[in-house]
Design a protein around this ligand. Structure first.
Ligand SMILES: [Zn+2]
Length: 203
């Protein structure tokens, strides 16, 4: 019974099917008891002590996350993403030093997910406080139909509300993966890559 319960719990994880769940459960019980208990402890601790940053809504164990509390970040740039893991992905590139705002997903009218559900009210409140410092808002929602629609919605909102502040809105370029070959890339991605091209200053 306990083993079945463990298998059932493991199946909750994304990408873990019935076979993988069985293998993981038997592995933990047979060979990985100590590490398994460590895993259980970190899981419990992380879940209990992690919440959302009060400013940007990414995951944080403090009231404000490390990025929002840092005095080394550029307060003139705000990058808007769909989920906390997107913040991590952008941070790992070390190419962005501004601040973030994490939406609660993307607009999806057919599923009843509108502006309020994704945190547009919170974004508007944040902009009301910080728009005097802001020079650029980078829309880094996913390059999906919903992500594009969400980006457009936010750009319209900003352009309407902050006409006089001259805040530049930009969209991340979606292009060709490093090491990719043009012939294997789908035409949507290739079209985006051509449209999102940048001027080369020097070779
Ligand atoms: Zn934060």
């Amino acid at each position: 019974m306990l083993i079945e319960k463990l298998i059932h719990s493991l199946r909750y994880l994304p990408g873990v099917g019935p076979k993988s769940a069985q293998r993981l459960a038997y592995y933990l019980l047979q060979h990985g008891k100590e590490k398994g208990l460590e895993l259980a402890d970190s899981l419990r601790e992380a879940i209990q002590k992690t919440s959302h940053c009060k400013r940007c809504h990414t995951l944080s164990e403090n009231e404000f996350c490390n990025i929002c509390s840092s005095n080394k970040r550029n307060h003139e740039q705000l990058c808007i993403v769909e989920t906390p893991i997107d913040v991590l992905a952008i941070e790992q590139t070390s190419s962005y030093h501004g601040l973030y705002f994490v939406l609660m997903g993307h607009l999806s009218p057919l599923d009843g997910i509108g502006p309020r559900e994704i945190g547009i009210t919170e974004l508007t409140n944040l902009l009301a406080k910080e728009s005097n410092l802001l020079k650029e808002i980078i829309l880094a929602t996913n390059p999906t139909v919903e992500g594009e629609a969400t980006a457009h919605y936010i750009v319209n909102l900003i352009q309407e509300k902050y006409k006089s502040n001259e805040i530049k809105c930009s969209r991340i370029a979606h292009g060709i993966p490093m090491g990719g070959e043009l012939e294997f890339i789908d035409s949507n991605t290739l079209a985006k890559a051509i449209l999102g091209r940048v001027v080369i200053d020097e070779f």
